[in-house]
Write a protein that binds this ligand. Structure first.
Ligand code: NAI
Ligand code: PYR
Length: 309
């Protein structure tokens, strides 16, 4: 499958690299307003291909996206230390105003996979600008936060993160909701699993893991300026779910008519992802506190779109 990546910075290049290393695409094309950067990323990643799977990497203008089935949108500005994702909105909405037309003209059949922040609102921006149906404009949403949650829970319980089934819901951002009440280790609720293994999930453990997930981006940006490996792998995972029509259940963001009483909103819930994009949305079992937190997260996002359209 041919995949386009618009925005060949840290996130775009990490996605291209993950796709090449995982065998997630037969062709990856980078487009960036910095043409030399796009070309350099393609050349550098192509040197990993002999150690990985067959994949052709190149760079070009928008017309090079012709035939792409998925286009990842990772163009725009990123957070500086201490900056929130929501503060990027007006700058990245402006970037998308120029990007989406170019992508749609060159690759009208492509699904859009949005990574630029604030990713939930940028997914709404991309939907409106593209005219595509909502199931074909997917934001990476909380796929990364879910990975962070599973990684920290797995480490606490002493099991592989792949055996942890837990989701982060709502905004990919400060108001996100860790869905503790539906979290499972194997088939067991995590609290029961932890108690059996001598790794109880106390209030202090919950608070540590919550902060570990919610503050991860701020910590990493403070230390190295940006985050890219986690989201790069997450984007490649979504592309593979689409390419192989996996019906994978992933926490991604699409525009929904209503969530918890908030109309016309993009945020993350567990969703079934395959060749047609998102084919179903699941509402997990939640405690009253989690339901209220999801509603509050939807309201934060809704408020941030005021004045945008
Ligand atoms: N969804 C998620 O979980 C994550 C999202 N992000 C977001 O991804 C975005 C990209 O982050 P980085 O790659 O670290 O930034 P970066 O600055 O390394 O790369 C952004 C690229 O976009 C390009 N660009 C800017 N305006 C453009 C335009 N009009 N047309 C074409 N290319 C354009 C720039 O030349 C640059 O190469 C940011 O908004 C960041 O917040 C970052 C990490 C995780
Ligand atoms: C930057 C960002 O959105 C993240 O690492 O979660």
């Amino acid at each position: 499958m041919k995949v386009g990546i618009v925005g060949a910075g840290m996130v775009g290049s990490a996605a291209g690299s993950a796709l090449a290393l995982r065998g997630g695409a037969s062709e990856v094309v980078f487009v960036d307003r910095n043409a030399a950067l796009a070309q350099a990323q393609a050349e550098d990643i192509s040197h990993a291909v002999p150690f990985a799977h067959p994949c052709r990497l190149s760079a070009g203008e928008y017309d090079a996206l012709e035939g792409a089935e998925v286009v990842i949108l990772s163009a725009g500005v990123a957070q500086k230390p201490g900056e929130s994702r929501l503060s990027l909105l007006s700058r990245n909405a402006e970037v998308f105003a120029s990007v989406i037309g170019g992508v749609r003209a060159a690759a009208p059949g492509a699904m859009l996979l949005v990574a630029s922040n604030p990713v939930d609102i940028m997914t709404q921006v991309a939907l409106r600008a593209s005219g595509l149906p909502p199931e074909r404009v997917i934001g990476s949403g909380t796929i990364l936060d879910t990975a962070r949650f599973r990684s920290l829970l797995g480490a606490h319980l002493g099991i592989a993160p792949q055996s942890v089934h837990a989701y982060v819901l709502g905004e990919h951002g400060d108001s996100e909701v860790l869905a503790w009440s539906s979290a499972r280790a194997g088939t067991e609720p995590v609290a029961r699993f932890g108690a059996q293994l001598g790794a109880p999930i106390t209030e202090a453990v919950r608070a540590r893991i919550d902060a570990g997930v919610r503050r991860a981006a701020y910590r990493i940006i403070e230390g190295k300026g940006a985050t890219w490996y986690g989201i790069g792998a997450g984007l490649a995972r979504i592309v593979q779910a689409i390419r192989d029509d996996q019906g994978a259940v992933l926490s991604v963001s699409i525009v929904a008519p209503e969530v918890e009483g908030v109309p016309d909103i993009a945020l993350s819930l567990p969703r079934v992802v395959g060749r047609k994009g998102v084919s179903a949305t699941l509402m997990p079992e939640m405690s009253e506190t989690e339901t209220a937190a999801l509603r509050a997260s939807a309201e934060v996002l809704k408020e941030s779109t005021q004045g945008l359209w």
